[in-house]
Design a binder for this molecule. Structure first.
Ligand code: FMN
Length: 199
């Protein structure tokens, strides 16, 4: 049985995109999982309202959705919020109920109030009746995975003073770890649901 994992992200300058690609890589590493990236882009806005019916239809089919954005002024970025608000018609009929969910964010400073952004992502998922997954790994490892020690989701930090758009290496790996964890759990849940449907 194929498990579908979608990664929805907004990124203005590209740091969050690097992390989203790490999340995608991690999810894709789990056997039987098909993972896809969905960017929130300016072309999908009309008079400030986000609209992309095809993306929403694809997300309806996902077993898991992982959301990511930069932290802006201690909150989620406004383009991701516009996307969130555009999911209201999925909320009434509980279309995303029981999908697995998770979140990630990137900001310029080590804290940067990223926890508030992750809380926003969590509350959005809970509004939809999703089952939320956090980070499992402690920072006690040599790869820098979860080096900022956050368990509500994966977090990243752009490298200050760099002319290149780059993330600390461990942060991309943190994203990959979250993606793999969500994909594995979604896969196991799907198998369990399928077994109970046939018993
Ligand atoms: C409007 C705005 C607000 C920001 N607010 C914060 C903040 O509250 N905390 C922080 O550490 N960085 C903040 N930053 C920096 C971004 O989070 C950081 O540059 C991030 O890497 C951008 O992600 P992106 O490259 O994917 O667009 C802000 C940047 C912008 C443009």
């Amino acid at each position: 049985m194929l498990t579908k994992v979608s990664v929805v992200y907004h990124s203005k300058d590209g740091h969050t995109k690097i992390m989203a690609e790490g999340v995608l890589e991690g999810a894709s590493s789990i056997p039987g999982v098909e993972a896809s990236l969905h960017a929130i882009v300016p072309d999908d806005f009309e008079a400030g309202v986000w609209t992309n019916a095809q993306m929403l239809a694809e997300l309806d089919e996902a077993d898991a959705i992982i959301f990511g954005c930069p932290t802006w002024m201690g909150c989620i970025s406004s383009p991701l919020k516009a996307f969130f608000d555009a999911t209201l018609d999925r909320w009434y009929p509980r279309v995303w109920k029981d999908k697995v969910g998770a979140g990630f964010t990137v900001s310029a400073t080590p804290s940067g109030d990223k926890l508030n952004t992750l809380s926003d992502l969590l509350y959005f998922g809970l509004q939809h009746g999703m089952v939320w997954v956090g980070m499992e790994r402690t920072p006690m490892n040599d790869e820098g995975i979860n080096r900022l020690s956050v368990f509500l989701g994966a977090v990243g930090q752009g490298v200050f003073g760099s002319t290149e758009i780059t993330l600390h290496d461990g942060d991309r790996k943190s994203g990959a770890e979250l993606g793999a964890r969500v994909a594995r759990i979604a896969s196991e849940l799907g198998a369990g649901r399928s077994a109970s449907a046939h018993s």
